[in-house]
Design a protein around this ligand. Structure first.
Ligand code: OXD
Ligand code: MN
Length: 580
């Protein structure tokens, strides 16, 4: 395979001249190609077949132990003007970054195969989709991209038609953390990644393209690229509301997107459109519509079981690539939270018991095609996407944020999104459990200055009078002994139900300084046996704590200086004043 697109041909040949691979393979995305690569990786030991009876066509990849998560401190946005990247990003000058990367790439593919992967983010026939080409020397990347994107011949045909694509160059290098960088050049729609094989650093269609580069493009073109799941909530009468929800990494987006309703709500259904990224556009009528640019799930494995996420648990029994989980005696994958089996081998490939560490790395992952999810929505491939009724923001907060509240307006909703803060997780290297500001759950993914990003969000109110309603949820409130106050998982449906009732003006609410909260009786929780005091604290607003939060948040907003939109400052002042 080759291409009629001259720019692509030239770029591939330039990259080959720099990296000097032994051979070049243009990927067609076929099953044959996937199967052949699996065979090759099994024979060179980079993939291990798992138990074929219990887990047909499942494989285990164990990564370098120093390469298990995103590396935010080594991730850069390289723009001509530093302030276009903003203080929310690490920045490097374009020329400096390119010099550094080109030195690393020099001859880096000697003796290796260079794969050229044309891919499309979003349904290939959607006007909202965007294409890219990733060049990589990693067969692991190729098989993961096969599951995560629409890759190969159809994508290449679209690139040739559109004559535009995002360029992503990736090499695993020597997996040396000292020689590892993930660089983005949004002005040129290009990405350079070196030294890591981990999904978030190496599958360039995902975080690098569909969030960092796409968020930049989206601002220029008037849409949004967000770190959001998309789900459909179907009521017993057959009406479906679509919700887009942003949570920081490893805070349960996959679980919410595939939720199975509790017994009492068994006539309700959740349909999954996506579990990580949403591209949101206004259509000609001003309706916000969402597509999921991805075609698969790259989900956190630990904690996944029949109770927490039955759909995910079932879909990873076959045709799945596991990365960094443990294994049982009979080569079944094993992870913390799995209800059966005993691990004998850990994620480093060492016998268990040694160091008392977990069998699976806390950020171990499954990669699987979205079509294996029983709740996969029939509209997930719709070129026009789905109409969004509600946008939900959330974080992992032990205290402060109530179970659910609603913004008073779009502008107030933007403030609420900008105010998201959450405890860090194992999805990125660094300390876990520290509360940090994570506006719109986009701290690691917004490809430009947050102040400009908030202006862009605010601009939507001038473009449509039927924007989605905005909410904030917190599933993670704890008491002083560290017990969770809310059962979460499937029970979150009760909160989603309230959200859709609010969207349809079917239920009233209590106005507070921070937004509208449910009245005590408006969430259907009778059968949950929640202590009335606990329920009250889940729906309470502690003014003193909130004043402190708003003051701290205000200082954070101030750090964006003159670029901060006046409207956001105004919204902040209003909430702060209402708390007095
Ligand atoms: C992810 C992440 O992998 O957010 O989705 O890190
Ligand atoms: Mn994510």
């Amino acid at each position: 395979m080759t291409t009629s697109n001259q720019a692509l041909k030239q770029w591939v040949s330039d990259v080959a001249a720099l990296t000097r691979p032994q051979s070049i393979v243009w990927c067609d995305g076929s099953d044959q190609e996937y199967d052949d690569l699996i065979k090759q990786m099994v024979s060179d030991g980079t993939l291990k077949p798992l138990n074929d009876e219990t887990h047909p066509d499942c494989y285990l990849h164990l990564s370098d132990p120093q390469d298990v998560a995103r590396v935010e401190h080594l991730t850069f946005i390289c723009t001509v003007n530093q302030q276009d990247a903003g203080d929310n990003n690490h920045w490097m000058a374009v020329n400096e970054a390119k010099q550094k990367m080109n030195a690393l790439y020099d001859g880096c593919m000697e003796g290796r195969t260079m794969y050229v992967i044309p891919y499309c983010m979003g349904p290939v026939d959607s006007p909202y989709s965007r294409c890219g080409v990733e060049i990589t020397d990693s067969p692991y990347v190729v098989i993961n991209m096969n599951l995560m994107t629409r890759m190969g011949a159809d994508a290449l045909a679209r690139i040739e038609r559109d004559d535009t694509f995002v360029r992503g160059l990736h090499s695993t290098g020597e997996l040396d953390p000292e020689r590892r960088y993930i660089m983005h050049f949004p002005e040129e729609l290009s990405i350079m990644s070196f030294g890591s094989g981990y999904g978030g650093n190496a599958l360039l269609g995902k975080k690098c393209h569909a969030l960092r580069i796409a968020s930049w493009q989206a601002r220029q073109e008037g849409w949004l690229a967000e770190h959001m799941l998309i789900l459909g909530l179907e009521s017993p009468t057959g009406e479906t509301h679509y919700i887009a929800a942003a949570f920081p990494s490893a805070c349960g987006k996959t679980n919410l997107a595939m939720l199975i309703p509790p017994e009492k709500f068994k006539d309700w259904k959740i349909w999954t459109l996506g579990d990580d990224i949403a591209w949101l556009h206004l259509d000609a009528e001003g309706q916000m519509r969402a597509i999921n640019p991805e075609a698969g799930y790259f989900g956190v494995v630990p904690g996944t079981n029949e109770k927490t996420n039955r759909n995910a648990y079932d879909m990873i029994q076959r045709n799945t690539i596991f990365t960094n989980v443990g294994q049982t005696e009979d080569q079944q994958p094993w992870w913390e939270g799995k209800k059966d089996g005993t691990p004998v081998m850990d994620w480093k490939g060492q016998p268990m018991a040694g160091d008392g560490g977990p069998a699976a790395h806390p950020n171990s992952r499954f990669t699987v095609s979205a079509t294996q999810n029983k709740a996969y929505s029939s509209l997930a491939e719709a070129p026009q996407g789905v109409p969004i009724s509600a946008i939900v923001f959330g974080g992992r907060r032990r205290e402060l944020a109530p179970l659910v509240y609603q913004a008073k307006s779009w502008e107030h909703g933007v403030l609420i999104g900008a105010g998201v803060a959450s405890e860090t997780t194992a999805a990125a290297t660094g300390e876990v459990g520290v509360v940090r500001r994570d506006p719109m759950a986009m701290k690691p993914f917004c490809g430009y200055n947050f102040a400009d990003y908030w202006s862009h969000w605010l601009s939507f109110s001038g473009r449509s009078d039927k924007l989605p309603k905005i909410f904030h949820v917190n599933w993670f409130r704890q008491d002083q002994d560290g017990n969770f106050l809310w059962p979460g998982f499937g029970e979150n449906l009760r909160v989603l139900q309230w959200i859709t009732q609010r969207c349809d003006n079917k239920v009233s609410a209590r106005e507070t300084a921070i937004g509208y909260l449910p009245n005590d009786d408006d969430l259907d929780i009778d059968d949950l046996q929640i202590d009335p005091q606990v329920w009250q604290s889940l729906l309470s607003v502690d003014r003193e704590q909130w004043r402190q939060e708003l003051d701290e948040f205000g200082q954070y907003l101030d750090s964006f200086g003159d670029r901060l939109p006046g409207e956001l400052r105004h919204q902040h002042q209003q909430v702060r004043a209402a708390l007095d």
